[in-house]
Design a protein around this ligand. Structure first.
Ligand code: RAT
Ligand code: ZN
Length: 417
């Protein structure tokens, strides 16, 4: 192929990537109706748990001293440690700089107070619009936990009203801590007991159905440890089998499993204290094979699981892979995983979600990922162009639309026979 054709292809891909409006299918941000649950601004960006973990690589301060500090003091310390005393090129540090840069703030001044003044002058609703526009995001899926005492009352009073924010019912407390959490279900008005009798299981199904409907949840989701197995003689195994899968099938919504997190290996770090371990892909294979009428969305945290998971997705149309999750949300892994997935699955996967906890993070997570995904896509088109295959601009746009949200929405609509 000629250099001119390659350059033309590059600009078609760049244009499509630049113009696509993204659906971000897994975040931890909330619409303004959730009040203080919506985090934004420079101090929130700095106290992001990814940066807390990195800061403790350099400081000897006792953990309790750090946690006793105000948010502003923590942000000051993190700024000094990671941005001034050291060079901020880790992915999470670079992200803060990308956000400031996209907001037209001058990062060369290193003037934290000036950045604070910029955010203090912003009105929340106006800023929310600006972030969505700058990030090229049209809608996001939240993570919604009815066991959260700050969040539950908002839903009980009518819930999310901003149509850009969609819900996902998160059920970690149910599946990962039945023994501790079943009394809470009883407090919510469901007649359950510790023992998973038929009556209790029926009440759990009623709870799930009520909450999916109340939230308009697009899917149910859980994060799971590396030891996750299925089938399994445990409360979690029984609840998945008897409650989650039947309710998801009945309501035709996917069950999203995020597998591979080792919770609190260092509890002193709090939210930053979780780690990773290789998981058992066979549990996913078993679920897909034995519940063909259920739809599953899966992401795994350990790099070593990614190839096997791609192959399982080739075998089961009821499985949709998504995102480069958490410790894999680094350029090196996004590049590798996107290539591997494109080479094994074509365009039938969701390359990325943001996992943003702070509104502004939508800007950097998507700026960084769009660039990498665009580069990989261009190379893939180039490879087939070298055989003489001509890809049209409309086809490039179709693929990009699918990768950045279209495929997610069609999977939600899919009805399996
Ligand atoms: O990426 C994160 O911020 C993690 O702390 C988790 O929230 C993870 O993404 C999850 O959804 O469990
Ligand atoms: Zn998450």
């Amino acid at each position: 192929m000629t250099i001119e054709t390659a350059a033309q292809l590059r600009s078609i891909v760049d244009r499509a990537i630049d113009e696509v409006q993204i659906t971000d299918m897994h975040t931890h941000i909330y619409d303004a109706g959730f009040g203080d649950l919506l985090l934004w601004g420079i101090d929130e960006l700095l106290v992001y748990h990814y940066l807390v973990a990195e800061t403790f690589r350099y400081i000897d301060m006792p953990y309790e001293t750090f946690w006793a500090m105000s948010k502003r003091e923590q942000a000051d310390l993190i700024w000094k440690t990671l941005f001034l005393d050291n060079t901020p090129y880790s992915e999470a540090c670079r992200g803060v700089l990308t956000v400031l840069h996209h907001l037209d703030l001058d990062v060369s001044t290193r003037d934290l107070d000036a950045y604070r003044r910029f955010f203090a002058g912003m009105e929340r609703a106006e800023y929310l619009d600006l972030v969505f526009k700058t990030a090229h995001v049209k809608d996001v899926v939240m993570t919604n936990d009815p066991f959260d005492d700050l969040e539950r009352p908002v839903w009980e009073q009518g819930g999310s009203r901003d149509p850009r924010f969609k819900a996902a019912l998160r059920i970690d407390p149910l599946l990962n801590g039945w023994e501790d959490n079943w009394p809470r279900l009883r407090d919510f008005g469901y007649a359950v007991t510790a023992e998973l009798s038929d009556a209790t299981l029926a009440e759990v199904r009623r709870f799930l159905t009520d909450w999916v409907q109340r939230m308009g949840a697009l899917y149910m989701a859980v994060s799971l440890p590396p030891s996750f197995a299925f089938p399994e003689a445990s409360a979690r195994g029984t609840l998945i089998n008897e409650c989650i899968l039947p309710v998801c099938a009945e309501l035709n919504i996917p069950f999203a499993m995020m597998i591979g997190v080792k919770k609190l290996v260092n509890p002193d770090l709090r939210l930053a204290g979780d780690s990773v371990g290789p998981s058992n892909v066979e549990a996913v294979e078993y679920l897909c094979a034995n519940f063909p009428r259920n739809k599953f969305m899966v992401t795994m945290l350990d790099r070593v699981n990614q190839h096997e998971l791609c192959i399982v997705a080739r075998k089961f149309r009821n499985l949709l892979l998504f995102g480069c999750w958490w410790f894999l949300n680094n350029p090196v892994f996004i590049d590798e995983m996107t290539r591997m997935r494109m080479e094994t699955l074509g365009v039938s996967f969701i390359p990325q979600h943001s996992d943003a906890r702070v509104l502004d993070q939508l800007i950097y997570k998507w700026a960084h990922s769009r660039e990498i995904i665009g580069d990989v896509l261009y190379e893939k088109y180039l490879d087939i162009a070298n055989t003489g295959w001509q890809v049209t601009e409309d086809e490039v746009r179709r693929d990009v639309e699918n990768l950045f949200g279209g495929y997610f929405w069609s999977f939600l609509e899919k009805k399996l026979p």
